[in-house]
Ligand binder design. Structure first.
Ligand SMILES: Cc1cc2nc3c(=O)[nH]c(=O)nc-3n(C[C@H](O)[C@H](O)[C@H](O)COP(=O)(O)O)c2cc1C
Length: 194
């Protein structure tokens, strides 16, 4: 089974560290994983030109091509975002908007896949839950089944406190527990529903 992970930070740092941990665990458990990092990529915002509605593809030619292909191929999707301004990153927001071009092809293209959310905040309570809720809302809109890591600290997904440094996120044991709990459920859902 294929899992596609999006690291929605504009740089290679704390979010990259945790999504790589997640994908390594999935690799060990025999899933086929692909990581797309927004760092250094060109992903322009949706212009609402409606070209996709007529032509069944986005008019913008940039690094979204990789994302479109991998989203369609995947059985499971992980959205990992740094918390920015109390929610998801601008990179992830652009990616979500740009998938309107997939809806234009077929509203059901992503339906039935399994979705998981990871949020990394510089602050302990900096908006991780709002970032998760945005990701879960996106999953719902596309018929993607969202997983919870369970009621003991990972209700909406895996939440991390980075204190803005790579050193400190490595010490966030509670965050790593929330990731492991969410991964257990993600794997169960993939095996049960795909
Ligand atoms: C523009 C911007 C806005 C941010 N807003 C928040 C915020 O609202 N809450 C929070 O906890 N951290 C906030 N941060 C801090 C990042 O979430 C934190 O440093 C995170 O670890 C960055 O992930 P990265 O290392 O993968 O880029 C913000 C950072 C930036 C650059």
């Amino acid at each position: 089974m294929k899992v596609f992970g999006i690291c929605a930070s504009p740089r290679i740092s704390t979010t990259n560290y945790v999504i790589k941990k997640a994908l390594e665990k999935l690799d060990d458990d025999s899933f086929e994983t692909t990581l797309f990092s927004c760092a250094g990529k060109n992903i322009r915002p949706c212009m609402h030109c409606d070209y996709c509605l007529e032509n069944k593809r986005c008019i913008i030619e940039d690094d979204m091509a990789d994302v479109y292909r991998n989203l369609q191929d995947a059985d499971g999707i992980i959205l990992a975002t740094p918390v920015q301004s109390g929610g998801i990153s601008s990179n992830l927001s652009a990616i979500m908007d740009r998938t309107r071009a997939l809806e234009a092809i077929d509203y059901n293209l992503l339906r039935g896949k399994i979705g998981m959310s990871i949020a990394v905040g510089g602050d302990r309570t900096g908006g991780q839950d709002f970032a998760h809720l945005k990701n879960i809302t996106y999953f719902m809109i596309h018929g993607i089944i969202p997983v919870s890591g369970g009621p003991f600290g990972s209700n909406l997904g895996a939440s991390f406190w980075s204190n803005d440094t790579l050193n400190d996120i490595k010490k966030d044991e509670y965050g790593m527990e929330s990731l492991n709990r969410t991964l257990v459920e993600f794997e169960k859902f993939l095996k049960k529903y795909i």
